[in-house]
Every structure is written in structure tokens, then in C-alpha cells.
Design a protein around this ligand. Structure first.
Ligand SMILES: [Zn+2]
Length: 277
């Protein structure tokens, strides 16, 4: 039996917005598994770089060393991203990473966070909602193509990052356009879930996660409840069907270690979903 994991990262989606908007594809996952808020660990700020690094390394910012959106000085050699860890310990796995935020997948700003880099759209870093709309559409299409075409006979680990919601939050606050982008991201989740569902005979784990919230006027980095409250939606063979009482963002990496039998680094805190005590 081979294992298959799809991680979808959606940057900067407030938990209360997620609850108030119609997100049928995310709801379908939550019904099969769970949806739960997660506090961004107080070890780090509510900033994208540190939070995503915690999500994909299973370690807190004081260990992985990413404290802002410039990744220079990181400790990713000691606390590698979960895709690189999987490629090292389970080289037979099919794996793919895609993102239009360049520090995740390229040498921009001291990256890549994913040591092997990843797929990104041609052209400069997106900086407007319109740019991000096109960039997220391109990443989703590329991810769906990989999901459809890859040889999963030895297992699959796929990660897709969507950044448009956060961008419009910064520029416009958490109003109608922000809510619209949350709904568009749900539609992209739906496209990826369809690509997974079309594969025969495979039982996929799907993990959807955000990195932080936003203040009402747009922006994050502070300690308000709105900024500190992130969330996880997960479903799959080893995922609990009620929300675990204790969760950390690092448990995304921790769950992937468990699914693939990977050994996470000493000093990391990630644990399988539902196993945290
Ligand atoms: Zn972010």
C-alpha cells in the first residue's frame, strides 16, 4: 500500500472569515475529517515566513531560524522542509511543490524554504490582487496537472501554496474582495480535490492550512486574536474525525512524518494530528 498526501497552503485566511463564507470544497473535507482553529505558536511572530517554516519543518521559529520574510540565516539544514526530508528518506516517493511566493521555491529573499525549490509561474513576483489571481490560477493548474499525470505507485507528496487572499487583505482589509478571494481559493481547493478523486485506487490525505490571520484593516505580525488564530482542515486515513484538543501548525509536518514513516529532526515539535498530549 502506498501513501499519498496533498498539502494546500492558503496564506492569511482568518478563521472567522472561513466560517462565515460559503466554502463547499473545504466543508467537504471537514466533514470527512475535521476543521479546527490553531493558535500561531507564541515562539514566533504572525508573519508568513516564520509560520510557513513551522508548518513545513515541524519546528518552531527559534529552531528553524526564520523570523521574518527574509530567510537569510535560516537553520533549514538542521530543520529541513518535509518535502526535502521525504526525498532524502523515501526517494521513491513522487513529490511536487508549487508556489507563486518566490522565497518558498527560489533563491529570492534568502530562500528557498523548500531546499529543492519548486514550480513557480514565469515573470516577476506578484504584488497586486490581479497578479496574484493569475499566479494562484497558474499554480493550481500546474499542481492539478501533476496530480493527474504522476506515477503514484510508490506514494505521493504534493504541496500547493496560494497567496492571493493575503495580498488583498493587505491592500483592502478583510472586506468583500478578501472574502471573494477566500471563495476563489475554495474553488481552487475543489479543482485539486477533483484531480485527486480522479485517481483510481489511492487513499489520499489532504491537509489544508493557513499561516496567520489579519486585523480588520488588513495586515498582520501582531498578537491580536485575529492575527494569532490560524486553522487546519484535514481528512484522510489516519486523520481524526473530531477536532483534536491540542494542535500546532507544526503538526502538518508531524502528520506527514507519520504517514510516510519519516524521522523528524531532534528539537522539532511536530506530531501526528490527534496524537498531541
Ligand atoms: Zn502569510
Amino acid at each position: 500500500v502506498s501513501e499519498h498526501v496533498l498539502v494546500i497552503g492558503i496564506d492569511g485566511v482568518r478563521w472567522d472569515t472561513l466560517l462565515s463564507e460559503a466554502t463547499p470544497h473545504l466543508d467537504s473535507l471537514a466533514i470527512r475529517g475535521f476543521a479546527a482553529p490553531v493558535r500561531v505558536n507564541d515562539d514566533g511572530p504572525t508573519i508568513s515566513g516564520p509560520a510557513w517554516a513551522t508548518i513545513v519543518t515541524g519546528a518552531l521559529p527559534s529552531r528553524h531560524g526564520i523570523l521574518g520574510n527574509d530567510f537569510h540565516g535560516h537553520h533549514l539544514a538542521e530543520f529541513p522542509d518535509v518535502v526535502s526530508l521525504a526525498r532524502d528518506q523515501r526517494p521513491e516517493l513522487a513529490s511536487w511543490v508549487g508556489a507563486a511566493w518566490l522565497p518558498l521555491v527560489s533563491e529570492d529573499s534568502g530562500g528557498p524554504m523548500f531546499a529543492g525549490g519548486g514550480w513557480f509561474p514565469e515573470g516577476p513576483q506578484a504584488h497586486t490582487g490581479d497578479d496574484w489571481e493569475m499566479a494562484d490560477a497558474a499554480v493550481t493548474a500546474a499542481c492539478a496537472a501533476f496530480l493527474t499525470e504522476h506515477d503514484g505507485s510508490q506514494g505521493s507528496l504534493v504541496l500547493c501554496y496560494l497567496g492571493g487572499v493575503d495580498e488583498v487583505g493587505h491592500h483592502h482589509g478583510v472586506g468583500e474582495l478578501y472574502r471573494d478571494f477566500v471563495r476563489r481559493s475554495d474553488a481552487r481547493v475543489g479543482a485539486l480535490l477533483s484531480a485527486v478523486a480522479a485517481r483510481d485506487g489511492e487513499d489520499w490525505t489532504v491537509l489544508v492550512v493557513t499561516d496567520h490571520g489579519h486585523v480588520d484593516a488588513g495586515g498582520h505580525g501582531g498578537d491580536s486574536v485575529e492575527e494569532r488564530t490560524a486553522w487546519i482542515i484535514a481528512a484522510g486515513p489516519a486523520v481524526p474525525t473530531v477536532a483534536p484538543e491540542k494542535l500546532e501548525q507544526a503538526d502538518i509536518a508531524g502528520h506527514i512524518w507519520k504517514v510516510f514513516g519519516l524521522q523528524g529532526p531532534d528539537g522539532a515539535i511536530g506530531t501526528a494530528l490527534g496524537a498531541r498530549r
